[in-house]
Design a protein around this ligand. Structure first.
Ligand code: AMP
Length: 190
């Protein structure tokens, strides 16, 4: 299995790129944010819980997120592998991902990070908020909180995966097509 962690701050373009990569490499794309939004739309218990955190730009509690991710992985064990988008968000989640994949005799192949400057991110997210219908994109304070949490809790995963020789950084500024080419160049070396 090829298991890619697509990494980068909110607004880096992970979701956009994942839609291309999953087709090219025939992988299952799991976006934890998308699964939460699906549950919010369907007013499930998980959705109600997740919404209370997401509306503030905070992380949904780890165990809830890990259980949800494990269930998504379990549904697709016959696949070629996964693109994890928005997960892991901290070292506890990264450890849980390693345990989970090991239980299925596989592992993270690489973390590929889209590197984008902060102010570009805020502008991109606010612009996306005009059309995405996502309340957490439309409010500048919430957008900044998400970026703050990224740097406070998530960015450390760069060294977590670097220590495992699994970190690959890609310039995330440019046209969608150019960035896809950069990602493919990295993935083809794996
Ligand atoms: P995203 O779609 O990745 O930007 O995520 C949107 C929101 O969903 C985040 O701000 C969190 O509230 C929640 N979320 C998504 N993924 C995770 C995760 N791995 N751990 C905790 N919360 C998450």
């Amino acid at each position: 299995m090829k298991n890619l962690v697509l990494f980068g701050p909110p607004g880096a373009g992970k979701g956009t790129q994942a839609t291309f990569l999953k087709d090219t490499y025939n992988l299952i794309h799991i976006s934890t944010g998308d699964v939460f939004r699906f549950n919010i739309k369907n007013e499930t218990d998980l959705g109600v819980l997740a919404k209370s955190f997401m509306d503030k730009g905070e992380l949904v509690p780890d165990q809830v997120t890990i259980d949800m991710l494990s269930a998504e992985v379990a549904k697709n064990l016959d696949s070629n592998g996964f693109i994890f988008d928005g997960f892991p968000r901290n070292t506890l989640q990264a450890d849980a991902l390693s345990v989970l994949l090991k239980a299925h005799q596989t592992e993270v192949s690489a973390m590929i990070a889209l590197e984008v400057d902060d102010e570009v991110l805020v502008q991109r997210l606010l612009k996306r908020g005009e059309t995405s219908g996502r309340p957490d994109d439309a409010n500048q304070a919430v957008v900044r909180n998400r970026i703050k949490i990224y740097y406070g809790e998530t960015a450390i995963l760069k060294s977590y995966y670097s220590d495992l020789n699994k970190y690959y950084g890609v310039d995330g500024v440019g046209s969608v097509e150019d960035i896809t080419v950069r990602l493919n160049t990295v993935i083809n070396t794996l």
